[in-house]
Design a protein around this ligand. Structure first.
Ligand code: MN
Length: 513
């Protein structure tokens, strides 16, 4: 496949696998993902995420556990009624009230589950196997009698004896269950065991098999893929791998691997993975690790030196797929170990500067690198612009005309600003945890958009209370453009504001070029 550079050793594995023709993606970000400790989506956020998941191309959206509350029923119904292409599913225990709540939410599919492992039967359900099976069958019949799709899960399937699993799945199949989900509820499987389990079930069952894997030992994605290799036609995933404890199989990693490694089809538009991840990151308020595969900030970042040279010469030397495929960008990072020579050749390649200017840029980048852990490409652009002179007044798109900033003891830091953007004056005010935060909020409010502060660094240049200070900020807009700004002065707040204004101007300039 174009843009994919995976190992040739996969070929024989691919040939002997029992792949389905295509894999259906059942996304449970809004249900299992919301069970992540500390995560709670508002109804509006759930609807917005559902629309994004639909655009991404998932086949089924598990919108929630409707019996939880009237609000949850209403939210799932709103998702269903927002006109998505994806099917909407609700979770239910094998009890009438739960299924009724799903029916009320107007879902296409009800995902019913009952625990089947010894531990769960004995300590959680306090029920024997026969009684549990009776309930499973009754629930299946009830779902089917309402004309809905029925997905059935044996909870804790991976700690349930195989003959019991076969008994449950075969029985519900006879009563009309449409798909069998196999949850590794506690994340206790490993790939070969998963392959064996799914292959064994596949021999016995007629309806499609689905897998639901947790990441307690970091194997959720590997186990999911093993399930697919054994013929599972549906995978349960969450955006950013959200979920209880170690989380669920991440949709990004699962789908990227299915596509790039195994050449198995899904309906996912890979190039929307990054923006979907960013939306869920924002609403879940769980910051993605930079080294998160596929969608993390470092997933396509390279530290200057040998790797950058290699990557610029031929991307596949250090990338398994191109960043554009998954909606990412390649970032070149200068670290403190990046040699002068590497910085110079990078600057030479990108900008048209004299030898003296190159020397100056290299010196500045090197001294910045000592303080900052990493310097992204945009920082180098800022340094180059600094050497060439800061943005001339006449070229500024956003200008700060006035700023009033109040702070003190026992008052809320407050700021009001007047800015001019494209010759239109805008006035706004903001409050914050400190004066810089207050003025940043006021500026964002005047611009009418959210800007994420990726980095803020304040440094006193000389000693004493009258010291000059230097502020360096890096900001990111909603579309992922980043820019750096530097402000220097005797007033910490104004130096910060100037740095912010400079970075904003760079963002606006990028948008227009
Ligand atoms: Mn789960």
């Amino acid at each position: 496949m174009e843009g994919v550079f995976v190992s040739e050793f996969i070929r024989p594995i691919r040939e002997k696998a029992n792949f389905p023709e295509r894999v259906y993606v059942f996304d449970t970000t809004l249900r299992d993902g919301e069970q992540t400790p500390g995560v709670c989506f508002t109804p509006d956020e759930k609807v917005e995420i559902a629309k994004k998941l639909d655009e991404l191309g998932v086949d089924v959206i598990e919108g929630g556990f409707p019996v939880n509350s009237e609000e949850e029923i209403e939210t799932v119904r709103r998702i269903k009624e927002s006109g998505l292409r994806a099917k909407v599913c609700g979770l239910a225990r094998c009890v009438i009230a739960d299924i009724d709540a799903c029916i009320k939410a107007n879902v296409d599919r009800v995902h019913i589950f009952i625990a089947t492992s010894d531990t769960h039967l004995k300590y959680k359900l306090r029920m024997d196997e026969n009684k549990a099976l009776e309930q499973a069958i009754a629930a299946t019949e009830y779902v089917k009698s309402h004309g809905l799709e029925c997905e059935f899960s044996c909870e804790d399937a991976t700690r349930t004896p195989l003959d019991r699993l076969i008994r449950f799945y075969k029985s519900v199949e006879e009563y009309g269950a449409d798909i069998h989900n196999v949850p590794d509820t506690v994340g206790v499987m490993e790939p070969e065991a998963m392959f064996y389990l799914i292959s064994s079930l596949k021999r016995e069952l007629k309806k499609p098999i689905s897998v639901h894997c947790h990441n307690d030992f970091g194997m959720a994605v590997a186990n999911t893929l093993a399930g697919v290799k054994a013929g599972a036609a549906q995978v349960h995933t969450t955006v950013n791998g959200l979920g209880e404890r170690g989380g669920n199989a991440s949709v990004e990693q699962t789908v990227a691997a299915l596509t790039a490694m195994y050449n198995v089809k899904t309906n996912i538009r890979l190039n929307l993975l990054k923006e979907t991840s960013r939306l869920v990151e924002k609403y879940s308020m769980i910051k993605l690790m930079p080294n998160f595969p596929i969608v993390g900030d470092n997933a396509f970042a390279h530290e200057a030196g040998i790797h950058v040279h290699g990557v610029l010469a031929k991307a596949e030397s250090y990338e398994p797929l191109t960043p554009e495929m998954v909606g990412q960008r390649r970032r070149i990072v200068m670290g403190k170990h990046t040699g002068k020579h590497a910085v110079a050749s990078f600057v030479k390649e990108k900008f048209n500067l004299t030898e003296d200017q190159i020397k100056e840029v290299v010196e500045k980048v090197k001294s910045l690198a000592v303080h900052k852990k990493k310097i992204i490409e945009d920082d180098v652009v800022a340094v180059v612009e600094g050497v060439l002179g800061s943005i001339p007044e006449s070229e500024k798109i956003v200008r700060l005309d006035e700023a009033l900033i109040i702070t003190g003891n026992k008052i809320t830091p407050t700021a009001s600003v007047q800015i001019t953007i494209d010759n239109i004056k805008k006035i706004a005010a903001g409050v914050g945890t400190g004066p810089v935060d207050a003025v940043a909020k006021a500026i964002q409010s005047a611009l009418g958009e959210e800007i994420r502060l990726l980095n803020y660094k304040l440094e006193a240049i000389s000693g004493g209370t009258d010291s000059l200070c230097s502020v360096e900020v890096t900001v990111e807009d909603k579309e992922g453009r980043t820019a750096m700004g530097i402000g220097v002065g005797g007033d910490i707040v104004m130096a910060s504001v100037n740095a912010l204004m400079e970075s904003l101007n760079r963002i606006y300039r990028k948008r227009r070029t």
